[in-house]
Design a binder for this molecule. Structure first.
Ligand SMILES: *[C@@H]1O[C@H](CO)[C@@H](O)[C@H](O)[C@H]1NC(C)=O
Ligand SMILES: *[C@@H]1O[C@H](CO)[C@@H](O)[C@H](O)[C@H]1NC(C)=O
Length: 382
């Protein structure tokens, strides 16, 4: 396939992933309260002394104040293949570097675990010490609360994924479950030819990993599907199933649409895809190609339960795009006129969408940018 993908645009992207504390609201009294809003948004600074920034969500959905908690690990910078310089704000070139609440430390090959305070969700308590990962340059973490397992994807000279079980007391041993032969370095040169995201299917039966291809060197990206051994254990099968769905080139972030075998995954070279995960073979094939006009680098996707749709962001186009969860149509486009270069990692919560913007990052020394980068909030009608 001929690709019009320009890697140049990806480097204005992001440092941090968003995640949510589950709110413990009582049963909703009114239909419009049916979709619970989280209590806080969490990002990581990815600085040398890495930190989590937790920002409380007000009753009105707006973000107020914030707290900083160190992870005990180091952030890290990938290399931008177009300039051979540190990738700057798009340091990890991944989705989901912070989740429920685990954070990868790209520069020290560790993952930190936190407990979220029950009364004040911005207050984090580190559980134990950052755990060593048997791989290099971790960029993404997936959490299965049902199975008490986390998996971390890494994309340096030793690329792959490792998983560990966890209890409230901390993480068990991280064991490698996937090995990706990407021929990368540490730090990796990207954003193409790197791991984009690891996530679990909505029913917690499989680990999905997306690995970006590189159209410039005809390197094909793929999706890896790794099944758990049975319905209860935290052990995986010994082999994954890899597919390169035809017509895709730079598969990036995604999500399994709940109660379906559909994977909604962005492709930075044209927009997004709806892929089918075959129930018995674990092969992944293309169902719908969602070509987004004037897109530059559509990389991040988040499912909205309230709208039964998926929101996607583009690192170099300052707008939020909503696509139906069967990939058949673009439902809405919200053009922003706030001067941001684009939007990167995002999360939905109740009737709100929170998206991170690299904002003024381009004009500031890197050590300062994250303080000024901001999370934009959008209200969606449900
Ligand atoms: C990639 O494939 C195209 C079409 O087959 C070919 O023209 C081009 O030379 C290849 N590029 C590299 C770097 O191998
Ligand atoms: C879990 O979800 C996957 C992917 O959608 C599907 O293929 C599988 O059949 C489901 N398994 C169970 C036990 O529901």
């Amino acid at each position: 396939m001929r690709s019009t993908f320009t890697p140049l645009y990806l480097w204005v992207a992001f440092l941090a992933g968003g995640a949510y504390a589950n709110s413990r609201n009582a049963c909703p009294k009114h239909p419009q309260e049916a979709f619970r809003v989280g209590k806080a948004v969490y990002l990581q600074s990815n600085k040398e002394h890495n930190s989590i920034i937790s920002i409380p969500i007000g009753q009105d959905g707006k973000l107020y104040g914030g707290m900083i908690t160190t992870t005990g690990g180091m952030g890290g910078d990938g290399i931008d293949g177009a300039t051979n310089k540190p990738a700057g704000p798009d340091a990890l070139s991944s989705q989901g570097s912070v989740a429920y609440l685990f954070a990868v430390n790209a520069g020290s090959n560790t993952v930190s675990m936190f407990r979220i305070d029950e009364i004040d969700a911005t207050h984090l308590w580190m559980v134990g010490k950052p755990a060593a990962i048997p791989g290099e340059f971790p960029v993404t973490v997936a959490v299965s609360v049902k199975r008490n397992v986390i998996c971390v994807g890494y994309t340096g000279a030793k690329a792959g994924a490792s998983c560990a079980s966890f209890t409230p007391e901390g993480l068990g041993q991280m064991n490698q479950v996937l090995d990706f032969d990407l021929g990368q370095t540490t730090p990796p040169t990207g954003p193409t030819n790197t791991v984009a995201q690891v996530f679990f299917t909505a029913n917690d039966t499989r680990l999905i990993s997306t690995v970006k291809g590189d159209p410039n060197t005809n390197k094909t990206g793929f999706i890896s599907v790794l099944a758990f051994k049975d319905s209860r254990s935290s052990a995986f099968e010994s082999h994954d199933t890899r597919s390169s769905p035809s017509g895709t080139a730079v598969l990036f972030g995604g999500v399994n649409i709940p109660d379906t075998s559909d994977l909604f995954i962005t492709d930075a070279s044209f927009g997004a895809t709806l892929l089918n995960l075959h129930a018995t073979t674990d092969k992944v094939s293309l169902q719908q190609k969602v070509v987004i006009e004037r897109q530059q680098a559509t990389c991040w996707a988040a499912y909205s339960q309230a709208r039964e749709s998926v929101f996607v962001t583009d690192a170099a186009a300052n707008r939020l795009i909503e696509i139906s969860d069967d990939g058949s149509e673009i439902m809405s486009i919200l053009d922003l006129e706030n001067g941001d270069p684009g939007l990167i990692d995002l999360e939905t919560s109740g009737r709100f969408v929170y998206a991170l913007s690299p904002a003024m990052a381009l004009h500031l020394p890197q050590s300062q940018w994250w303080i000024l980068s901001k999370v934009d909030r959008f209200s969606i009608s449900g």
